[in-house]
Design a protein around this ligand. Structure first.
Ligand code: HEM
Ligand code: HEM
Length: 130
């Protein structure tokens, strides 16, 4: 398994644990209506646990469906760092600093774009070798 794909899976399960811990804390302390905590909980789970599991498994599996390697392997590490730094920045600062949260949101969008371009290029039908 590619190290970046493995790192995405590892990051995903760590966000899963953080996300459910935060949900549990919200229930325990009656903080369901705390906007920043709800945002952090839902996005740690959805951009962290769910999306990063899809990135990791997707980089490993999706290109194989069409018999190609990942089209732009060098994009993967940029995607990993952009996605992680921006997620942590976003869940820490949304609701506190619109400017900084906006910058992290833009970084998250760029990270997503790197994934989309790479997967679209990777799932093109492989050239016939006969
Ligand atoms: C131990 C596990 C979990 C607990 C205790 C928990 C708890 C909570 C609580 C208390 C809220 C706020 C509800 C409200 O404001 O009405 C919430 C919202 C939410 N949770 Fe969880 N959660 C857990 C796991 C998950 C997981 C695994 C996911 C996603 C994969 C998830 C996704 C969401 C989303 C998207 C919201 C926002 C829903 C909305 O605003 O309508 N949660 N959760
Ligand atoms: C650049 C990435 C993203 C940004 C900047 C972003 C931003 C936001 C914002 C500002 C809200 C409103 C929060 C509130 O008013 O309480 C929100 C809500 C929500 N977003 Fe996202 N989002 C992003 C990606 C995603 C993705 C990929 C998913 C699902 C896979 C998602 C699922 C949700 C859900 C379920 C809610 C409603 C629950 C809540 O209030 O937290 N978001 N998002």
């Amino acid at each position: 398994m590619d190290p970046v794909a493995r790192n995405f899976v590892a990051a995903s399960v760590i966000y899963f644990f953080l996300g459910v811990c935060l949900g549990m804390i919200m229930v325990f302390f009656g903080l369901e209506d705390h906007m920043q905590l709800r945002f952090a909980h839902s996005h740690l789970n959805l951009l962290g646990w769910v999306s990063m599991m899809i990135y990791g498994v997707g980089y490993h599996i999706l290109p194989r469906f069409s018999g190609n390697p990942v089209a732009y392997p060098s994009f993967m590490a940029y995607h990993f760092w952009l996605a992680n730094v921006s997620l942590l920045g976003l869940v820490s600062l949304w609701g506190y600093s619109q400017l900084l949260a906006g910058i992290f949101a833009l970084m998250q969008v760029l990270a997503t774009g790197l994934f989309v371009v790479n997967i679209l290029a990777s799932i093109r039908p492989a050239p016939h070798t006969d």
